[in-house]
Design a protein around this ligand. Structure first.
Ligand code: HEM
Ligand SMILES: *[C@@H]1O[C@H](CO)[C@@H](O)[C@H](O)[C@H]1NC(C)=O
Ligand SMILES: *[C@@H]1O[C@H](CO)[C@@H](O)[C@H](O)[C@H]1NC(C)=O
Ligand SMILES: *[C@@H]1O[C@H](CO)[C@@H](O)[C@H](O)[C@H]1NC(C)=O
Ligand SMILES: *[C@@H]1O[C@H](CO)[C@@H](O)[C@H](O)[C@H]1NC(C)=O
Ligand SMILES: *[C@@H]1O[C@H](CO)[C@@H](O)[C@H](O)[C@H]1NC(C)=O
Ligand SMILES: *[C@@H]1O[C@H](CO)[C@@H](O)[C@H](O)[C@H]1NC(C)=O
Length: 353
């Protein structure tokens, strides 16, 4: 009886404590968090995880700010295909840089994978095999937004790494093509519980980064998309002289490396690169949202944060589902180094939180 009462009191106190932690971290985020994730997940097991990642990314971006876009898109692809489980990182994944069959519009930057593996090594050197690759990708995407000039915000942590990558078919089925119109994009993202505001806000990820010609030359040849500004189209034709050109260009012509609301100003000036971008301004259910973000950057940032926290929780693995990968590119059972080093010890260490 006494023990029961004691542990009840303990439970009460610890849940009060948890509630107060919740209010401190993540309080500004009006997004419900899924069971198993937490704002304070590594506070005991790896308190420096987030600061190690941010410090290293500052260095990386000082050298090449373009890598921020690669990391942001990596998280988007991870989450949309089979959930934010780090499966996009596994060798053989359809989005991997080594995937020769994948169209270039699908392939992610090779360097993004290297950066994640390097961060994984730094974090595990400090804490042991405790922080998942999926969480590292989520934190890196958040830092990419902030370090490019965007909002800073907390994300819930505690994702586990998946054991299998998605097939190429599943990958294509979950990533809408840039040729899609706004109503198709809205319908596709509604299956993941994103509303029109979320869709317009998430598309604002295109305020940084690059695209291959093949992702938009269908708007130039054989006939020019009438919704595209003529001078803009002529510039693009210079960069991509044929429908099969292999060049690249920036997604946001005004401020290509800055995370700001200029992407929406581009759309209002008919300078959106993809049909999926420009049509957000043509379509009457999204047009006013585009205008409101172009006029008010802090409104865009607020809605972007909400949508990103939603995205970062899509079909996550938690608790003892999946694993914590020792190498983000391979699952542990395929990792000959790990298997020879006695898996048990490392698992135990990772459970100590
Ligand atoms: C809504 C549907 C979306 C479509 C159709 C789409 C399509 C694309 C395409 C075709 C590219 C260029 C790929 C290439 O040719 O190299 C691209 C790049 C990019 N996308 Fe998206 N995207 C979408 C949503 C998102 C979301 C939700 C984010 C993040 C919040 C995002 C962030 C990026 C970034 C940062 C790049 C540049 C990557 C780099 O420079 O390496 N996209 N997207
Ligand atoms: C993948 O999709 C293609 C074309 O839609 C289809 O022919 C093929 O059978 C699919 N493969 C699998 C494994 O589902
Ligand atoms: C990429 O381009 C191919 C055609 O080359 C298209 O079938 C596919 O839907 C596009 N996917 C994305 C995500 O852009
Ligand atoms: C959007 O694209 C879909 C699929 O190609 C098409 O059926 C639909 O009519 C288009 N909607 C608009 C408003 O253009
Ligand atoms: C582009 O590539 C396609 C398929 O490879 C080919 O049929 C077409 O002739 C090419 N067009 C140009 C303008 O090079
Ligand atoms: C949006 O456009 C559709 C047809 O293109 C029309 O039926 C609808 O009434 C319009 N809605 C608004 C809010 O303007
Ligand atoms: C991680 O796995 C990849 C693929 O097997 C391998 O090339 C790489 O060397 C490994 N990295 C480390 C640090 O063991």
């Amino acid at each position: 009886m006494a023990t029961g009462a004691k542990s009840f009191t303990f439970l009460l106190i610890s849940s009060l404590f948890l509630v107060s932690c919740f209010c401190a971290k993540g309080a500004q985020n009006p997004v419900p968090i899924v069971n198993g994730l937490s704002w304070t997940f590594y506070d005991y097991s790896c308190p420096k995880a987030e600061s190690i990642i941010r410090k290293q990314l500052k260095k990386v971006f000082k050298n090449d700010i373009g890598q921020a876009a690669g990391l942001l898109r990596l998280h988007f692809h991870d989450c949309f295909v089979q959930g934010c489980d780090g499966s996009v990182l596994l060798d053989g994944s359809a989005s991997g840089p080594s995937e020769q069959d994948a169209p270039p519009n699908l392939t992610l930057r090779e360097k993004a994978f290297e950066i994640i593996n390097d961060l994984r090594e730094r974090v595990h050197k400090e804490c042991g095999r405790v922080v998942s690759c999926a969480d590292i990708v989520a934190i890196a995407a958040r830092d990419s937004v902030y370090l490019s000039g965007g909002p800073d915000y907390d994300i819930p942590l505690g994702r586990r790494d998946g054991l299998n990558f998605a097939t190429q078919n599943a990958t294509l089925a979950n990533l809408p093509p840039p040729t899609a119109n706004a109503s198709t994009i809205l319908r596709s993202l509604a299956t993941k519980k994103f509303d029109a505001t979320d869709v317009v806000a998430l598309s604002g990820g295109h305020t940084i980064g690059l695209s291959h010609c093949s992702s938009f030359t269908g708007r130039l040849y054989p006939t020019q998309d009438p919704t595209m500004d003529k001078a803009f189209a002529n510039d693009l034709k210079g960069i991509c002289p044929t429908i099969n050109s292999t060049g690249t260009t920036v997604l946001d012509i005004r401020t290509p490396n800055k995370f700001d609301n200029k992407y929406y100003v581009d759309l209002m000036n008919r300078q959106g690169l993809f049909t999926s971008d420009q049509d957000l301004y043509s379509y009457n259910k999204t047009r006013d949202i585009v205008t409101s973000f172009a006029e008010d950057e802090s409104l865009f940032f607020e809605k972007f944060v909400v949508a990103m926290i939603k995205m970062s929780q899509l079909s996550v693995l938690t608790g003892n589902q999946g694993e914590i990968r020792a190498n983000c590119s391979v699952r542990n059972s395929d990792n000959s180094y790990l298997v020879s080093v006695v898996e048990e010890d490392l698992e135990t260490k990772s459970e100590l939180r």
